[in-house]
Structure formats: structure tokens, C-alpha cells
Design a protein around this ligand. Sequence first.
Ligand code: ATP
Ligand code: MG
Length: 395
Amino acid sequence: MMENVLLIRYGELHLKGLNRPFFERKLIERIKSALSGMNAQVRREQGRIFVFGIDPSMNEQAVSNLKRVFGIHSVSPSVGVNKDWNTIKQAACSLMERALAANASSTFKVYSKRSDKQFELNSVAICRELGGYLLSRFPKLSVDVHSPDIQLCVEIRDMAYIYTEEVYCAGGMPVGTAGRGTLLISGGIDSPVAGWMMAKRGIELIAIHFASPPYTSQRAEQKVHSLLRQVAKYSGRIMLFVVPFTEIQELIKDNCPEEVFTLVMRRMMMRISQEIAIKEGCQALITGESVGQVASQTMPAIACTDAVTSMPVFRPLIGMDKDEVIAISRKIETFDISIQPYEDCCTVFTPKHPRTHPTIAGIEKAERGTEWDEPIKRAVEGTKVTVIKAFSKGD
Ligand code: ATP
Ligand code: MG
């Protein structure tokens, strides 16, 4: 009997002591959902997760889905066979044949791990015996213990698991193990990356987008959907709240000095986001800001923005250069969507000379005399909710 098995290693979870069962349960949930429709049977055993039941023809797709599951360190497509020495040798041969087909050069090393201490050979003997056998079967092979082209690994557990490949995955923590956060998403490059980074730390995302029709178009909103679909391939489904922001932006334009437009706007965004975040059981706001990138992201400007929230605001890009952010956005495939040229509400009424060293007192003064509470309430009430899934019809 030879079974197709995906052997999954999870890294950081080892550190989590008493929380470990919780982390493992969440990780298994995420794995099941990444492999849904593939007949996956998921089993946890001694610091590893094993996936059985996947048709070998689906292996590539399965591994590519697992590469996006946070909490997984690496995956090895393996075969699982009975712990019978002859069977193990045969299985190792057929794996070696496959590895040689993909790899003309041909040094190798056998690694082994024996968790089942009843097994007839210890791990040193397994390496020696199997190495010798493979050398006799494949004349072109030679051993290189320092940097082998092919690493053939045998793990003796409930079954014998054999593999030659270790595919590195996304790392991080399983989504859902670190609470919920609210991502403020524009259509730009930064905010989807910020969301991805926090999801990588185990935070489940909801998203808020501010739309100002007719200044912003339906296509700008569609762009946000596309971006979130991409992020959702990692984070799982995301509830998107689209907030009607036109009334507030016009109020700002008509009542505040031009040089603080953007800052007042950002403060209103934070107030509205915090209300929605609390309702949705979130514990933090997430933005794509980084120090000094634009006038509204100087330290004094960030202090003014933060002054209206009591919830922590996570800014995972805070110390990053644009190049570094772009590198991630390319990796997670949001970049090409982000650079589509649709206007964002931030580009409506942009001041020519924004203030870069605002004070909280100064901004509060600029806001005084205008009634904001009712318009904020209307914006929250007018919010439209959509669920964004990684894969939707028509994709
Ligand atoms: P991005 O590339 O994410 O648009 P940015 O560098 O253009 O960021 P700003 O436009 O100043 O920066 O926006 C700063 C942050 O404010 C964004 O990263 C995002 O978190 C939030 N934000 C901006 N515009 C919107 C919007 N229309 N809806 C929701 N959040 C927004
Ligand atoms: Mg922007």
C-alpha cells in the first residue's frame, strides 16, 4: 500500500506552550479550508500535520494553496508505506527515479528519523542500508554528505514516510489566533501589504474602504475588491465595509483650512473605522502608513491621527521604504492591481501645501464649529457590507 501524503511542518507554534492545542486547531482549520474540495483528510501527530487522501495529480495545486497558509513552515509531498523494509526500499527507488528525472546531476544523501523505536533498524542503519541499496540500483548516483543534489528522507512513524522535497511556505501564525483587526484599505500599494503582514501574525481581517462618489468611481471600488480577493488567498474571507464618505469630505472642504484637509479627513476615517471595528469585535486598526512617506505621515501628523482613537493602530509598514513594500506587493500579487489608475478619495480635494507639522490643538481648532457627529453616524449607518472570498465565480 502506497499513500499520497503531504507532510506539513509548522514552525513558531512550538513556542506557544499551553496555547499550542489552540494554535494547532486553528492551523488545521486553515489547512482544511485551503484544501477544500480535494478530499483531504488532515491528521496531527507529534509536531507534524499529515494530509492524506489527495489525488497525486492534485499535489501541485494542493502545495501551492498550502504555501499561502500562515503558520506553515514547509511542506513535503511524500509517500506513506507500510513499515516493511522491502516496501520502504521499493518506495525509495521510485521516488529516486522521479527525482533523477527532474535533476540530471545526481549526488544524494539519505536522512532518516525513527520515531517508532520498535522499528528493526535505527536511523544510522536506515541511512547506511538504504544509501547502499540506492547506489546499487542507480549507477549514476553518488553520495555527497555535504551538499547533495537530492535529499531522500525517511521518517518511521505509524507508517514510513519518504520524500525528496521540502517546499518552504509563508511562515507566520495561523489566521484567527491573534484576534481580529480592521484594515483601512485604499486602492494603493501600501494598505493591502499592511493587511497581509498583520494576517501573517495571525490576525483575522475585516476591511473598511471610504468611497466618495461621484468623485470616486465604481471601478475604484472594484479595484479594492480585487485587492482583497488577493489578500484573502492568505487571510481567508474578509468582510468589506464600504463607507459613504462624500458628505464628510464636502464638509471638510467647506469648513476647514485647506492645508489641514487631509489630516481632518484621516481623523474622520479613524473615528468611523473605530466605531465599525468595535461593533465587529476587532481589537486594532491597521493602516498602510510609513513615517515620512507623505505630509499626513510625518510623526506630528500621525500623532494627530492617533489622537482620535483609543484602540491601538497597527502600522506594519512604519519603518519600511517604498521599494521594500513594493517587493512584498509583487510577491503577494497585489502590485499589478494597485497600480491601476483609479482615483481614491485621498486624491479628492488634495491641498497644494499640506501642513507637515500640525499640532493636535491646531487640528482640533480647525474642526471646531462644524457638527461632525451626525454626519459620522450617517456614514456608519450607510455602510455597505460585502464578503470577499479568495475564489469567487468568474475568477
Ligand atoms: P496606500 O498605498 O495604502 O493608498 P498611501 O501611501 O497612499 O497608502 P495615504 O493615501 O495617505 O497613503 O493613506 C494612508 C493610509 O490610510 C492607507 O494606507 C490606508 O490604510 C488608509 N486609507 C487611505 N485612503 C483610504 C480609503 N479610501 N479607504 C480606507 N482607507 C484608506
Ligand atoms: Mg492612498
